[in-house]
Design a protein around this ligand. Sequence first.
Ligand code: BV8
Ligand code: ZN
Length: 243
Amino acid sequence: MPGEAEIEAGRRLVREAGQIVALTGAGISAESGVPTFRGADGLWKTYRPEDLATPEAFRRNPALVWEWYDWRRQRIAAARPNPGHEALARLEKTKPRFTLVTQNVDGLHQLAGSRNLHELHGCLWTLRCVDCGEEREDRTVPLPAIPPRCACGGLLRPGVVWFGEPLPVETLQASLEEARACDLLLVVGTSAVVYPAAGVAHAAVEAGHPVIEINPDETPFTPHATISLRGRAGEILRRICPP
Ligand code: BV8
Ligand code: ZN
């Protein structure tokens, strides 16, 4: 756990910043009971990314991929935002400009009240038709055993970005622009290994802005952070953000 001096340094950067961007990953939802991807209880432990989070996997075995997403949807439906999500939602209300850029697909930031939000990797509550591209929100839990179909007959897939798929261009562009224009960037709960998402944090560094990393572990981004606070998002955000 970081000492009071480190926490005070982080608190001062948050207090003095007018425009803040927060880049979050699966770690911010860990305290809500949602498994991360690469941690000890990681999702990838049970499955391997190339087996499931790719368009090839879905083409090869839609039922297996849906089974994995349905399992995650059930876990996330039972989850509630934690103090980390709530601290960022409060920050949005108190700062002249606050932008949340998340890699997460669980929708917990919206549930906590965050509004100015970019979902770089989509949302698992959205279903998209592989044929006509029509999207709809669907919160059915559990999903029917056979993969759901669109009115046009096409298979519906999770409305997320899989490995090898491009991120939504406008969303990524807007996120990079915000990172280049902010006074402070917070990087919370990400292993910083997935690109181009991790590039949002590097964009702030290259623009010369201070960056605070919040993570119990070191990451490849740690050497680039102005301050790296070793700890859990809920605990640390509560201490460096205004109550
Ligand atoms: C693309 C959505 C091109 C689906 C996901 C080599 C070098 C660079 C890039 C690549 C490369 N080889 C391949 C690539 C590209 C690839 C990539 O980056 N691969 C990585 C693995 C090397 N990227 C892509 O494929 C991207 N697309 O490049 O397209 C293109 C362009 C044009 C045309 C065609 C193609 C698409 C990437 C998106 C993939 N989709 N998810 C789903 O969720 O099911 S990625 C997946 O990883 C999640 O979205 C997740 O958000 C993301 C990152 O993981 P994290 O969020 O960081 O989670 P992780 O478990 O890793 O870490 C959790 C962290 O939290 C840990 O550090 C832990 O210590 C910490 N933590 C734990 N508890 C807490 C905590 N922190 C705080 N508090 C706690 N309590
Ligand atoms: Zn369709």
